[in-house]
Design a protein around this ligand. Structure first.
Ligand SMILES: N[C@@H](CCC(=O)N[C@@H](CS)C(=O)NCC(=O)O)C(=O)O
Length: 217
């Protein structure tokens, strides 16, 4: 009997969305436990969310926090971590490179009027670098099965990049930056199409729409 999963987070996409997408993609038996931040963090071993609870068939419960640790665990559980150690290492590297973008994205989002210009310039520079390098990797790995970061099927990093591109396109981010974001998104169009057309991803698209509609605005 496979385990069941609970993902504790807040009613927002944020750090929980990639894990949610992976759980949906894998067709896992899972429940989203979306709570106000103060309540959610009380359920975390580290005081931060997301937290994954795995209810194992032997009756034990495994609990882990940290979004990337949760995603890596799920990738291993669901066969989304490449087909060998080399592919897994490349997936880790590309995910880390996306983390760099997030760092500059959050700095931009939280910048004051005085620091905004500098934050925008840094984000633009990082985005230009990532999109140039990653579009080369993706172009070199385009087959009849579509465009993937590694191998010829969807893995964790494909899902992660898809979700992060959605985050970059969020109105809070695109405000005043629409053109740069549009340019970077276009470079990932082939990957985005591959992920969206994967029949297993339809489950996430449907479920996430319903979830997002239930989040407070
Ligand atoms: N490194 C953590 C960051 C998660 C994070 O910052 N979560 C926020 C909610 S979006 C949180 O739990 N904040 C509560 C706090 O810092 O006290 C991860 O990737 O999971």
């Amino acid at each position: 009997m496979p385990p069941t999963y609970e993902l504790i987070y807040v009613p927002f996409t944020g750090f929980g969305e990639i894990s949610r997408a992976m759980l949906d993609y894998a067709g896992a038996d899972w429940k989203a436990i979306d709570l106000p931040l103060a309540e959610a963090t009380k359920l975390s071993p580290y005081g931060r969310v997301p937290v994954l609870r795995v209810n194992k068939p032997d009756g034990t419960v495994f609990t882990v926090s940290e979004s990337r640790a949760i995603e890596r665990y799920l990738a291993k559980q669901f066969g989304l971590y490449g087909s060998n150690d080399e592919e897994a290492a490349l997936i880790d590297a590309y995910v880390s490179q996306w983390d760099d973008i997030r760092k500059f994205l959050f700095a931009y989002m939280h910048s004051s009027d005085a620091t905004k210009e500098e934050a925008v310039a840094r984000l633009d520079k990082e985005m230009a670098h990532l999109s140039e390098k990653h579009s080369q990797i993706l172009a070199a790995n385009t087959t009849e099965q579509g465009t993937h970061y590694v191998g010829n099927k969807v893995t964790w990093v494909d899902i992660s990049a898809y979700i992060d591109l959605g985050l970059l396109n969020h109105p809070m981010v695109t405000k005043g930056k629409a053109e740069a974001i549009h340019t970077i998104s276009q470079k990932f169009e082939s990957l985005t199409q591959t992920v969206v057309k994967d029949p297993k991803f339809a489950n996430y698209l449907q479920e996430s729409k319903a979830r997002r509609e239930s989040y407070p605005r």
